[in-house]
Design a binder for this molecule. Structure first.
Ligand code: SF4
Ligand code: SF4
Ligand code: SF4
Length: 201
């Protein structure tokens, strides 16, 4: 089995292999593979918990690259995880938007601009086409539109765009982590102040 090759003698996963697998994945962060994003799927492949043919956005080219990296046989995309489709981007029908910010909360790469009670818009160049914003919209005003003028497959362009999406995703994760930490700190501070007030009375 290919995954045995990536364990050290002490059965620790060599992180570089996870990084190499992750670098092949398209970084759409759509979760169609059944994992919470591309890196968790890369980890699952590396540990033999998932097969190499579960990523619809990566399609056949992605599976070929994974099979080559892991020295295993190619297998076609498992369609139970979805179909490979041409790249689409989200589009907001702005006059219908009620400014609920649910799409912003769902977008893994911060590709949506807007504020509570204001019209929202998608930065098309940053949208990975993950479709995660579509379902949460309470007024169904987000539609996916095929990207106009799609160029033929080019691995250099593919890597550059995946790298860019990955850096936006990681920046968002860091921001969310910082926000959660600050929220906990504020709650602690508030509790400490309340206790101080109570002791005074
Ligand atoms: S692009 Fe989607 S399906 Fe493919 S690995 Fe990333 S999260 Fe999973
Ligand atoms: S705008 Fe929608 S489809 Fe585009 S990346 Fe964000 S959540 Fe995904
Ligand atoms: S989820 Fe829909 S209604 Fe809410 S802000 Fe986004 S686009 Fe507007």
């Amino acid at each position: 089995m290919f995954f045995l090759q990536i364990f050290s003698a002490k059965f620790k996963i060599i992180p570089i292999v996870i990084d190499q697998i992750n670098a092949i994945l398209p970084q759409t962060q759509c979760r169609q593979c059944g994992f919470q994003g591309c890196r968790p799927y890369a980890e699952a492949i590396a540990t033999g918990m998932a097969d190499i043919n579960q990523c619809p956005p990566g399609g056949t080219e992605g599976i070929v690259e994974l099979a080559r990296l892991l020295n295993t046989s190619f297998k076609p995309l498992n369609l139970t995880f979805g179909q490979h489709k041409p790249k689409s981007v989200a589009f907001i029908i702005e006059q219908d938007c009620i400014g609920c910010i649910k799409c912003i909360a769902a977008c893994p790469v911060d590709a949506i601009l807007g504020a509570a009670k204001f019209m929202h818009t998608v930065i098309a160049s940053e949208c990975t086409g993950c479709e995660l914003c579509v379902a949460p919209c309470p007024v169904d005003c987000i539609v996916m539109k095929p990207l106009a003028g799609q160029l033929p497959y080019d691995s250099v362009r593919k890597y550059a765009s995946a790298k860019h999406a990955k850096s936006r995703y990681e920046a968002r994760c860091l921001r969310k982590e910082k926000e959660s930490f600050e929220k906990v700190e504020r709650a602690k501070q508030k509790r400490a102040e309340l206790l101080k007030q109570l002791h005074k009375t």
